[in-house]
Design a protein around this ligand. Sequence first.
Ligand code: C2E
Ligand code: MG
Ligand code: MG
Ligand code: MG
Length: 285
Amino acid sequence: RAKSAGGNRFELADPEADARAITRHGLTTALPTALDRGEFFIEYQPLVHLGDGSVRGAEALVRWLHPQHGVLGPDRFIPLAEHTGLIVPLGRWVLEQSVRQARDWRERYDQAGPLRINVNLSPCQLTHPGLVQDTVDILERMGVEPDALCLEVTESALIGADDDLLKPLRRLAEMGVDIALDDFGTGYSNLANLRRLPVSILKLDRSFTQSMQQFPADPVDLKIVEGIVALAHSLNLAVTVEGVETGAQAEQLRILGCDTAQGWYYARPGPPERLHELALVDATG
Ligand code: C2E
Ligand code: MG
Ligand code: MG
Ligand code: MG
């Protein structure tokens, strides 16, 4: 329950906040060994081409199967992993698993087309000196072409980024890895800055998709999305939309010129076999 803002902060007990603090403490303690104990797993959510409805790939989303708390979403532990430094080995593990999965899809289900894999990078991974070499090593070891991989970086992670921060991303982009700007439109989008960033994909934040809920959608929101898509395409960037939950949203976003979509309307994040099924259905009609 919300307490009145201002004074008396220490007098009002907030049992929920206490419980959260205790859980947070417990998670922080358990986190460093969770990777060695094999408690993380990855779910995959398909990325669907809005023009023809075909599955083009998937985004890897990490989960933690905690022995006491059950399955925890990334919002519960990624911030802790960033704080404790575990994010670097965890991120490397996610990348390796995801690239291995992409290879598996490509080998066993090639009739479904060359599926691509999207992996999220946290700001800490961006500043970690091993990022480029680790990525190159993993791709080579798995025998996967760089163009099968897309790394997602949030817009806020690149706000005010100087050239040192962008250098590893540039290297990866030159190798053929796609870089996507995740949650686009939520931060202080500096549109002029886009030209400077080595990105090839904009992922339009879910809040835009939500505003397409009603039909017809708010005309101002339509204009904004239309403008972003036009700008993106003029800069040779593809546009992916997040959080598509209804067919009406998908149709509206397709009409507005968005390229790829992701959301519960197509599939919730799930085990890798699910993507095989979806891609195969799509390939065989
Ligand atoms: P994100 O990269 O923006 O991922 C999209 C989020 O939206 C996912 O939440 C996904 O489950 C959710 N989503 C997908 N479709 C729908 C929909 O139709 N409706 C709604 N309401 N939600 C939808 P999730 O899995 O909880 O991940 C949250 C965030 O955690 C991700 O946001 C990403 O920033 C971060 N994350 C996930 N995996 C990793 C990882 O391996 N490394 C790092 N650094 N961050 C990760
Ligand atoms: Mg993402
Ligand atoms: Mg996103
Ligand atoms: Mg998002």
